[in-house]
Design a protein around this ligand. Sequence first.
Ligand code: SF4
Length: 387
Amino acid sequence: MNTNTREGCISEVTIREIEAKSILRKHRKIDSWFISHYGMNLYRGCLHNCVYCDGRSETYHVDGEFGENVAVKINAIEVLRHELNPKGKRAPLKRSFIMMGGGVGDSYQPVEKKYELTRKTLRLLYEHKFPVHILTKSTLVERDLDILRKINEQNRAIVSFSFSSVDDGISSIFEPGVPSPSERLRTLAFFKKEGIACGMFLLPVIPFLTDTSELMEETVKQARNVGVDFTIFGGMTLKEGRQSDYFFDVLKKRYPELLAEYRNIYGGNGWGQATGEYYNSINSKFNAIAEKYEMPKRIPPALYTDILWENDLVIVILEHIDYLLKLEGKPSPFGYAAYSISKLKEPLSTMKRELRKLRGVGKTTENIIIEILETGRSSYYEKLLLG
Ligand code: SF4
């Protein structure tokens, strides 16, 4: 099979069909970025071949040449049908969005046209009445409007797109296998017109290229113009090994003048993090821009309050508060409180008088938890979310 990239080169790709033992990947604690307990990878490897993709890192054990080889979980629907079947399970699956995307392969990469595993999965999730959150870089998601509309009417669907910026030229170098940012924005506008909630993951911004105030502002502005419901922001990690080697090869060819600056911020820690100073600087730029455009920096509660179990709702809101305070450079005990609550089996509403016994829960946190339990909202959080 051949694949065309936006830069015009053609590379050989290999598709391998494999049998999966399991499909749903369960998070121990609800993931407050995506409002999800479960994720999945129907494909391993990604023909979109983004230069910065961390799925390329050895950490994720994707076999073969990332960007050219894809393993297709050919029995995915059968396995998933079994996993979603409530019969024979000790505990039912937890209520939350099922996350499709991220990980080690885009659910709408080119092989999806042939195998339709994502489409079949959506049908199954509809049958089982699960809300769905899709994160992709491919406009192929428009094909599934019919089923996403049904899921949205029954529960809720969110369609999110990831961007490193809205600059089509930079994207063609670092995201060679996907539709341009302009096309992705058009697809977001298309889903918004259909009444489906949409998000932008401005993730990752590429250091010294798409992390400038001007370009970040233009990106958030265009997100606002198409009506996205939130923008989630993050910087780039570069893990040593395949991910970092591949990225630096491209950088050397296209932007050799930036190499020294990259070496300064990526110091070679195991998780590929840049320096704290660098992340602080881009976070505060993003924070100011998001506030200027009144852009929610996390998924707004109106999209999930009615979906989650009470403890999960509290965890998500506390983690969002934690993130928003840290974005402003302020200390926060809320993340620790959320972690303590994630260990509980009993509903928080049955232990309202004992909340202070939980690690990390002081007077302020206790008040916030009680307000959430009684009203489903936190006024403190809502103020923080928009700045
Ligand atoms: S679309 Fe996502 S999974 Fe695919 S290469 Fe790009 S970043 Fe990686």
